[in-house]
Design a protein around this ligand. Structure first.
Ligand SMILES: *[C@@H]1O[C@H](CO)[C@@H](O)[C@H](O)[C@H]1NC(C)=O
Ligand SMILES: *[C@@H]1O[C@H](CO)[C@@H](O)[C@H](O)[C@H]1NC(C)=O
Length: 414
């Protein structure tokens, strides 16, 4: 106590002898700092639900096993009286009605926290949000949200725009009337140049206009130091119903997605990761619209139904999607006036091919008769192919597929 008083007295003396402006600034910062702290604690209180059990993951995460009915989704005003659906209505093709089976090749992909425990039936694993996670965001409001115009309308890019907002893509896309999409993508650990940049690979299910009311459902893997506090590759989901303005968020960081699966933590690290010129590991994601209830479901791997986005969250997507995109996105902050060295995918260009470049394979859409099939016209788009590129291919084993990615800054992308 005496020490505190002495320090305070010293500060007052210092202020008497220095510029008043500086002292005011120091006082104000202290004030806004503590107000932010209260806001952060309130936010944590809202988003972290009381767990039945907690599991410490080797990567530093805490995985809370939260009762299904206590998950963040039910804070949403539209979902107050929602009855949880425990099984979707399937799409027509038989080949996706597979229950989990140990013979599937991507059983090898798992999550790090599995080595330290399991969540009991009736609960879901939720990555606990820590104080420092929220403090890394510019504000409590922006934590867990993508910045504006994170989706890209291919071939309508104003060259001045993409330099400003810094999102760079290398994607394949299909336009039409769709009720779902599926693909298998290999998993990498791209290097991130600046902590406020990210690199991700995902599927986008899009409806509406890109300007203001875009509906988007997204899922894939990402490395995002700002969001997670590390450089691990993590499974993520995202949704918005107003072009990333007020609605939506990553993972379960706001109410929206309803999880029913007790094995997979959304936002949890995935491993192992593909090795350059070595073993390749991939994940399969299927997102489809329940033909009867209209909810959008997500399946991870073969047979793990993670949960669903209720139809009530959306406007355009309550009918169908008008575009599907598959591919990579990075943020280029061009912090020193040059292009970032943040990698997309494996950090290699598509020409490198298998075991070096990153891929999406067995690309499919769900059509109006509720069948999974290859898209008729798959086009590609990249803002700066010299930085990150994409190349489609097709063969019997891999169906419709493409390689994509790149190193970012290089002699052709200064
Ligand atoms: C939920 O149910 C209550 C009681 O039946 C009702 O008053 C309320 O309007 C319902 N809320 C929604 C969002 O449907
Ligand atoms: C992530 O990797 C970058 C180098 O790419 C490194 O500078 C940074 O410290 C790492 N961040 C964390 C949180 O480990």
């Amino acid at each position: 106590m005496v020490g505190v008083k002495l320090v305070f007295g010293f500060l007052v003396l210092l202020c008497l002898f220095t510029e008043a402006r500086l002292c005011y600034a120091a006082g104000r910062n202290r004030f806004s700092g503590s107000r932010k702290e209260v806001e952060v604690l309130k936010h944590l209180n809202r988003v972290n639900k009381r767990p039945v059990k907690s599991i410490k993951s080797p990567d530093g995460d805490i995985i809370d096993c939260v009762r299904i009915s206590h998950q963040p989704a039910f804070d949403h005003p539209f979902l107050k009286n929602h009855t949880i659906k425990l099984m979707p209505n399937w799409i027509t093709n038989d080949d996706i009605k597979v229950p989990s089976s140990s013979s599937e090749n991507n059983e090898a992909i798992t999550q790090l926290w599995h080595s330290n425990g399991k969540c009991p039936t009736g609960t879901i694993p939720v990555r606990r949000t820590k104080k420092e996670d929220v403090l890394r965001a510019s504000s409590v409001k922006t934590y867990g949200k993508k910045s504006f115009s994170a989706s890209v309308k291919p071939n309508s890019i104003d060259p001045d725009m993409f330099n400003q907002n810094g999102h760079q893509h290398a994607i394949a896309y299909a336009q039409g009337q769709f009720y779902g999409a599926k693909a298998t993508m290999n998993v990498w650990k791209p290097k991130i140049d600046q902590s406020n940049e990210f690199s991700l690979s995902q599927i986008w299910i899009l409806g509406g206009s890109f300007a203001s009311d875009l509906n988007s459902i997204e899922a894939g893997w990402q490395v995002s130091p700002d969001l997670y506090g590390d450089n691990n590759t993590r499974l993520f989901i995202y949704w918005t119903s107003d072009a990333y303005e007020a609605t939506g968020c990553y993972n379960l960081l706001c109410s929206g997605f309803i999880q029913i699966n007790n094995e997979i933590a959304i936002g949890g690290s995935i491993s192992p990761i593909s090795q350059f010129h070595g073993s390749q590991y991939d994940i399969t994601i299927l997102i489809w619209k329940d033909p009867e209830e209209g909810n959008w479901w997500m399946q991870f791997g073969n047979g793990k139904v993670l949960g669903y986005w209720p139809a009530t969250l959306f406007s355009h997507l309550t009918r169908s999607a008008s575009m599907i995109e598959w591919g990579g996105e990075v943020i280029n902050t061009a912090s020193d006036g040059r292009h970032t060295t943040t990698q997309m995918g494996s950090g290699q260009f598509p020409e490198q091919g298998f075991s070096k470049a990153s891929y999406f394979k067995n690309i499919q859409i769900v059509d109006e008769s509720n069948n999974l099939r290859a898209p008729k016209d798959l086009e590609t788009f990249s803002e700066q192919p010299n930085c990150y590129d994409v190349q489609t291919r097709s063969n019997r084993n891999w169906g419709t597929h493409f390689y994509y990615g790149g190193p970012g800054r290089n002699p052709k992308c200064p």
